[in-house]
Structure formats: structure tokens, C-alpha cells
Design a protein around this ligand. Structure first.
Ligand code: ADP
Length: 545
């Protein structure tokens, strides 16, 4: 249903302005937005203007139906094409039918026009001089609206492009996130595998340890029982002694048992040294006392042989920084060989200071070793062909391994028929260091380290953290860095990672942790002694020089 709101006749420029005013007022009172108000006003203004310019008059009727603001323009002649064209850009619908132009503009629903306002607007009159101005304004407005429309179209285009781009980005993102997810899954699986492998390795190393502990126990126990029982059998009992034949057999069993026990012990020693499970406990060892104990050990070995065993501490230093158990083991082995391979003459252990080292020699006047075989006797299980005196061929290689663990070595000289000399040389002087950097945030502990290092280093430089240590290193040639693992700022591990490869570093830590990758050694604060520190530094300097 159409309701008419207002009607207006336009004959002159004043009418044109009135039509414009009225159209705008009606559009406003029907709650069209500002842009649409201008569109409607401009459409009416253009149609009226072009009609008036063409010398025609027009009757304009404004009305509403349920949906639209409706405008009917009845002209007394052909509708002006220019005006219709302008209007059709501005209204939703424009239809020219003979002298009639019908136009419609969508309006917000449920808004009743304010009739008082409409009437007031109808009464308004425009001064005629404003016609040209109005025309210009209308043109401006049309082109402004046209621009707006173009901009809007561009915006729509841009928007759709943006949407397209967004879709592309979304696709890319989902592809990437798929890839990331897959990579993550791979990494997780890899870590699981690594965990599994390290767990297996740990279990393997544990079971190896368990194996050696069990084997040591299982092999030694029955052998010790056999040897003990044969000793009992050989002793006179309540029924007197065994008859000589039986006694002889029991002695044979006992000898075989002892040989077997020696073999087992050798094997276990070598296995232990090989697996790195040897515990090294460096301390100042009293050499004369150690030599005294060796003397006690050696004499029974030579029992029944025409061999004089001499252990002399003339020329030996009073103490040497080393591991006493390992040193004893080496020398016991050398003495045992000397006695075993000497039928008559002397086996002599002596020591001397040779520059920065101590040399302990075991010289015998025994059968000697052919020249080509001097290197071979240090190979595991090697025995000089044609010579059978018991043993396993493990003594010398084991002794050399221990010597190297202690920072020393074994050298052998020998001449068949004249005898053999094996020299153990061990480091004897504190390492001589130029400059050492101590990096620890704990001033008291730095003090402790300074104390421990006196006599080893010419110059001690302190740093409170990794950063300071690097600054010190940038300005001074440094021979060694001692660094705490936990420091504020740059910690020990980070410091090591930035350290020049030529500078060795020892990590000193209170924590129970494996050494970081670049550390030459790790020492625990609560186990730190001057001996341990010196021994460790000696090892590092030897391996880096
Ligand atoms: P073994 O248990 O056989 O003594 P070692 O590893 O101690 O094993 O020595 C290897 C071999 O070197 C010996 O079997 C022996 O032939 C030779 N050998 C070692 N020490 C001497 C020595 N002092 N005099 C002569 N030969 C020696």
C-alpha cells in the first residue's frame, strides 16, 4: 500500500531547491542514513533542474510503501535524459515511462515520517540566484558519490583479494603446522629412542659391572676353598700324615689351584683397568715405607731360588704424589717377573730423581728377552716362545696401563743371557703453569683454590663469573681455567663453550653431574685436595703438550 506524503510542483529554480530540500527532509524523517539522504535529494534536484533547464515543469509526489521511499515525477514533456541518468546512479530503482518517472529508495522498516517537518520543508523557498550554485553543488555531489562508489568497489575488490590472500596464508599456515607437527612427532620419537638407547647402555654397563663383581667373587671363592682344603689335607691329622704318594697329589692340586687363582686375579685386574673402573686416589706416598713393604713381598717370591732380591731406597725422594695401590701393583709385577725369569743372580729395585721425574728400575740378571721381542712383551697374552714359567702374559701390559694412568710409562731394555731392566718413570714435580684463571662467584672458595694452586702457577687471576673470566682471557695469555659450574650470569658450561680450544679447563663443582663437553676434567668441591688438583693438572698438561 502506498501512502502519499507530499506533493510539489517545480517550475523554476526555487522549485528545484524546494524539491531538493523536501526530498532530503523526507529521507531524513524516514531515517535513511546521511549518504542516502544526499542521494535522494540529489536525484530529485537533478531531475527537477534538468526539467526546468529544458523549459519544462514537473509535479513531484513523495510516498512510502512497506519497503521503499517512492518518488513519482510527472513532466509536461519528455523526461530529460541527463536528469534520469543522474538519478539512476543515485536511486535504487529509476524507471521512465512516457512522461512519468518512478523512483524508489530502500528505507529502514517501521519508521513513520515526521509530517510537521515535511510541511515546514514544503514552505521553504529558495532564492533564485542560488540556481547555478546548486547545479555546481549537485555536480560535485554526484562525482563525490561516484568516487565513493568507485572506492567502495575498489574496497570490495581489495577485500576479496585480501580474503584470497588470507585463504592462501591460512593454507600455507596449515601446511606449515602440519609439517611442524610431523617434525615434532619425529623429534619426540627420536628422543624416546635416545632415552631408550641410553637406558639400554646404562643397563648394559650396569650388567657388565655386575658381571665382573660376580665373576670375581664366583671364581675366587671356590679357588680359595680348594687351596685352603689342600693345605689342610697336607697337614698331619689325627691319623698321621697322608702317605707320600697322596701328599704329592694334594700338593699338585694346591699348585694348580694357586696358578689358577693367579691367572684369575690377573685377568680381573686387566679387565678392571680396561673398563676404566680403577679408582685413582692420588696422595703423597711415602716411598721408603712403600719400598719396605715391597721388600717383604718379594722375599717369599724368591724362596728356594738362588736369587738375591734387593730393594733400595737410596736416591729415592721421600714422597711422590701418586696412587699408592696402583704403584705397588706395578712394582710387584716387575719384581715378580724379575725373580721368575732369573735363575741365579740378582733382582734389584732402585730409584732416582731424573729431572722432573722419578725413575724406579727393576733390574735382573736373568734370561733376558731377544731384541725383536721387546715391544711384543707389552702385548696382552704375549709370552716369549719356548719359555714356560707359568704366568698369563698379562703382567707387563697391565703394569704399563697402570703406569700411564699415573701419568708415567714403562721402558724395557734387555739382552738375552745378560738380564732385563724395566724402568718406571713417574712425574715428580708440581706442574709449572704460567697464568691460571679462577672463575667462581664464591670469594671464599676462590681463596681456597688460590691456596691449593700456590707453587703450581706463577700468576692467579680471579673472576666472579664466566663473563669476567672471558674478559680476563681477552687481555692475558692463560694456561688453565678453573671454573665453577654454577655461577650467576655466564655459568661454567657456557664459559667453556666460549673458551679458545687451546686453553684447557677444569670444572670444579659442588653438584653431582657429568663434566660438560669441553671440560678436561671435573673435580668435586668436597673431595678437592691439593694432591687431587695437582694430579689432575699434571694429567691435563701432559695430554695437551
Ligand atoms: P707373564 O705372566 O708371562 O710373566 P708378562 O706380561 O709379565 O707375562 O710378560 C710377558 C712375557 O715377557 C713373559 O712371558 C716373558 O716371556 C717375558 N718377560 C717378562 N719379564 C721378563 C724378564 N724380567 N726377563 C725375561 N723375560 C721376561
Amino acid at each position: 500500500m502506498i501512502t502519499e506524503l507530499a506533493r510539489l510542483e517545480v517550475r523554476d529554480p526555487a522549485g528545484v531547491f524546494a524539491a531538493r530540500q523536501l526530498a532530503r527532509g523526507l529521507a531524513a524523517s524516514l531515517a535513511l542514513d546521511r549518504q542516502d539522504q544526499i542521494r535522494v535529494a540529489t536525484a530529485l534536484s537533478e531531475i527537477s533542474r534538468s526539467a526546468v533547464t529544458a523549459g519544462r515543469s514537473a509535479v513531484i509526489a513523495f510516498g512510502v510503501d512497506d519497503r521503499d521511499l517512492l518518488v513519482t515525477v510527472t513532466l509536461d514533456g519528455e523526461p530529460p535524459a541527463e536528469g534520469v541518468a543522474a538519478a539512476s546512479r543515485l536511486m535504487d530503482q529509476v524507471a521512465a515511462d512516457g512522461n512519468l518517472i518512478r523512483m524508489a529508495k530502500r528505507r529502514p522498516p517501521d519508521v513513520r515520517p515526521d509530517m510537521k517537518l515535511v510541511n515546514e520543508q514544503l514552505a521553504a523557498v529558495l532564492p533564485p540566484s542560488a540556481l547555478e550554485e546548486l547545479q555546481r553543488q549537485n555536480q560535485d555531489l554526484i562525482s563525490a558519490l561516484e568516487d565513493l562508489k568507485q572506492q567502495k568497489e575498489q574496497l570490495v575488490l581489495l577485500n576479496s583479494e585480501l580474503q584470497e590472500t588470507n585463504r592462501g596464508v591460512m593454507a600455507l599456515y596449515s601446511e606449515l603446522s602440519n609439517e611442524l607437527e610431523q617434525t615434532n612427532r619425529g623429534v619426540v620419537a627420536l628422543y624416546a629412542e635416545l632415552d631408550e638407547t641410553s637406558e639400554r647402555l646404562r643397563a648394559a654397563s650396569e650388567s657388565k659391572d655386575r658381571f665382573w663383581t660376580n665373576v670375581s667373587h664366583e671364581l675366587r671363592t671356590p679357588l680359595n676353598s680348594i687351596i685352603g682344603l689342600t693345605r689342610l689335607l697336607a697337614e698331619p691329622g689325627p691319623d698321621g700324615r697322608l702317605d707320600p704318594e697322596r701328599l704329592y697329589q694334594v700338593e699338585l692340586i694346591r699348585n694348580s689351584g694357586s696358578t689358577l687363582l693367579a691367572l684369575v686375579n690377573d685377568l680381573l685386574d686387566v679387565a678392571k683397568a680396561e673398563s676404566g673402573r680403577l679408582h685413582v686416589d692420588p696422595a703423597q706416598v711415602d716411598l721408603p715405607a712403600l719400598f719396605g713393604r715391597l721388600r717383604g713381598l718379594a722375599h717369599p717370591m724368591a724362596e728356594g731360588k738362588r736369587v738375591a732380591v734387593t730393594v733400595s731406597d737410596d736416591g729415592a725422594p721421600d714422597t711422590i704424589l701418586t696412587d699408592e695401590v696402583l704403584l705397588t701393583s706395578i712394582l710387584r709385577n716387575l719384581l715378580s717377573n724379575g725373580i721368575k725369569y732369573t735363575d741365579g743372580g740378582e733382582v734389584r729395585l732402585s730409584a732416582r730423581v731424573a729431572g722432573p721425574r722419578v725413575e724406579i728400575s727393576v733390574a735382573d740378571t736373568g734370561i733376558g728377552i731377544p731384541a725383536g721381542l721387546h715391544a711384543h712383551v707389552f702385548e696382552e697374552f704375549y709370552q716369549v716362545p719356548g719359555i714356560r714359567r707359568g704366568g698369563t702374559g698379562l703382567g707387563l701390559p697391565y703394569a704399563r696401563r697402570l703406569a700411564r694412568i699415573l701419568g708415567g710409562d714403562l721402558q724395557l731394555t734387555s739382552e738375552p743371557g745378560a738380564g732385563t731392566t724395566v724402568v718406571l718413570s713417574l712425574p715428580n714435580q708440581p706442574p709449572a703453569l704460567g697464568t691460571v684463571v679462577i672463575a667462581d662467584d664464591d670469594a671464599a672458595f676462590r681463596q681456597v683454590l688460590k691456596g691449593l694452586l700456590t707453587g703450581m702457577a706463577d700468576r692467579l687471576l680471579e673472576a666472579e663469573d664466566g663473563g669476567q673470566a672471558l674478559a680476563v682471557l681477552a687481555e692475558n695469555p692463560v694456561d688453565l681455567v678453573l671454573a665453577d659450574l654454577r655461577m650467576p650470569g655466564l655459568d661454567g658450561a657456557a664459559l667453556l663453550a666460549r673458551l679458545p680450544a687451546s686453553v684447557p679447563a677444569i670444572i670444579i663443582t659442588g653438584a653431582d653431574t657429568p663434566p660438560p663437553p669441553r671440560a678436561a676434567a671435573l673435580l668435586k668441591k668436597d673431595e678437592l685436595t691439593r694432591e687431587r688438583l695437582e694430579f689432575t693438572i699434571r694429567g691435563i698438561i701432559r695430554s695437551s703438550s
